[in-house]
Write a protein of this length. Sequence first.
Length: 374
Amino acid sequence: MDMPLRASDNPDVERAPRDQAMMSEQLAKAVMEWDTVAAELLPREAAWTETVVVGLSLVQRASELFEKILAVMPPSRAGHSSVEILAGGHGSYSEEVRRASRSEAQTALADIAFIAKLECRQLQKTLRQLDGGSPPGVFIEACQRTRRRVLKALTALVRAIRSRLGDSGIDDSFVDELARSLACRRVLSALWTRIEATAEQPVLRRLRLAGTAVAMLQGNDAYYDLRLGDRLMLRVLQDRILQWLRSPTRDQRGGEALSQDLLGFASLSRRINDRSELIEHDRFVIERALTECHSLLESDAPAMTQALARLKSLVGLSANFDALLLADTLPTPSRLREVLRAAVPASSAPADLTGNVDEFERAESNAGSHNRRR
């Protein structure tokens, strides 16, 4: 009876990791440089070419890369369908990639490639079903979503390969995406706070402050890293605010309805916290903070101040957490632990506190000086 081929018995596997790392990094760079935001300013046909046509090419390249990896190392869940895999977890592609990343070093690469290949198949199907005659916003947003999902898999793949090679260096693509998401969440948080904090004030003041906050957000580089749908919604809301403020009657009922729509946008746009790179960062920062909280004393104000300073990258995580950070008085250690526990992003496994701290710290630093590069 033939014995199954182990990865260590296959000479292709032994020389493959560095080639795989190079190909993965090159493709990740190409995906990062795919400028789907700039396509929003192009005529329809040019926008279609720069988004859907380019996207199909990049997804095909990614699929071929994943197939090459699977050709020399079998995944631990070979033979399972995508439906079976997602049904066995949380039904989330990002969660499945994280789960695969936690596999044994010998199978992590193949597991990530397997999940990503299944996802590429679905992405290709979605892109091919798009209609060039539909509004550009529809196919551009689909491509922006595709970009994030392909980059998620490639980033996980590069990190798994580097781990197997014993290379703990910085993953620039992960750092860049995390920095963008942190910056985006930070500026959104300023808008959320302005909208929610003034909810009980007169409607005229509410809408004036909201209009100013929206204009400030639109002038920030991080604005372009919002989902296209969120940016389109903000433009509509800004136009409605201006129309209401310029109206000689300033209808009270219409102003209240607009104020409620702003609160609705604030609630919906908190979905940014579902971005996989933010989940990974937030779980690490929160669980590290919870560990440190055990040594905090209520009388040690300097230590509490330092602890809160290390949590500033979590601004926007939740309304309760933001209120705690912005409060004039320091929280007690027990209150801090309570808010942190409530804010931990849902996941099937605890955060890896041995993760690459340098990546998180560099991303936090870069988020503070965010500049749009795509």
